[in-house]
Design a protein around this ligand. Structure first.
Ligand code: ADP
Length: 251
């Protein structure tokens, strides 16, 4: 579902991702861990096309994010192609970024009506079922400011799901939450991962969550994957000294 092939990403002279290759299979839940500054967020931003690679290729499904096939040749991707790819990818951020002037229901129906062209009725029916899935059926008419951080984050998750993405990117989704609200958000994500065939790429510091929910965990250091293993292996018998040090510091 996702393929990075020898990706190079630089900011000025700072090489952030160096010759990075990895695959994520359809329906897999893959978590990226590693020290701050190791390039995890940059990977999500590349997938969201908020950044461009300096070398190598990225594929989402059978499309290149970097190139498009025209007349049997690969040419650099244009905006129209990027828009189509972006539509397949949802993202939930640390900051929920809900529309403050819209009710919860409208927050979830806005993109499906505007971008996917769903009728208002159809979008509302679907939005209600996504809001039920995240445990907020009783909040459809509330405004974001009337909700806790955990509830707002669950609206943001429902809003991402409403676009029916193939891939959902999660960037430190619990970092801005009070500790007592974190478990509810993680439980919702765990349930979505279990009951849908969405492919997840997740950056988190919640090691227990990563351990529970991931099919694979990739440990990053200085823009490279230094260890890639199922959580049962990576968390209990890491082979790399750097992974052991990192886990020792955060667990
Ligand atoms: P992580 O998510 O693992 O903390 P990031 O992907 O955010 O790491 O950052 C990796 C490196 O890229 C860091 O050295 C950071 O300073 C640099 N970086 C990220 N975004 C930018 C940017 N927009 N401009 C310049 N440098 C950046």
């Amino acid at each position: 579902m996702i393929r990075f092939d020898r990706v190079l990403k630089k900011f000025g002279d700072n090489v952030v991702l160096h010759d990075l290759s990895f695959d994520v299979k359809p329906g897999e839940f893959v978590t990226l861990i590693g020290p701050s500054g190791s390039g995890k967020t940059t990977i999500l931003r590349l997938l969201m096309t908020l950044e461009r690679v300096n070398g190598g290729t990225i594929q989402v499904g059978d499309e290149y994010l970097t190139h498009v096939e025209r007349g049997g040749r690969l040419v650099p991707a244009d905006e129209k192609h990027l828009r189509l790819i972006r539509r397949r990818i949802g993202m939930v951020f640390q900051q929920f970024n809900l529309f403050p002037n819209m009710k919860v229901l409208q927050n979830v129906t806005e993109a499906p009506t505007r971008v996917l062209g769903l009728s208002r009725d159809e979008a509302e029916t679907k939005a209600r079922s996504w809001l039920e899935m995240v445990g907020l059926s009783d909040k459809v008419d509330a405004h974001p400011s009337q909700l806790s951080g955990g509830q707002q984050q669950r609206v943001a998750i429902a809003r991402a799901l409403a676009m029916e993405p193939d891939v959902l990117l999660l960037d430190e989704v619990t970092s801005a939450l009070d500790p007592e609200l974190i478990a509810g958000v993680l439980a919702v994500l765990r349930e979505i991962a279990r009951t849908t065939d969405i492919t997840f790429l997740c950056v988190t510091h919640e090691m227990q969550f990563a351990r529970d929910v991931s099919d694979r965990v990739m440990m990053f250091d200085q823009g490279q994957v230094i260890e890639d293993a199922p959580p049962g292996v990576l968390f209990t018998e890491p082979t790399h000294a750097r992974t052991r040090e990192f886990l020792h510091a955060v667990l």
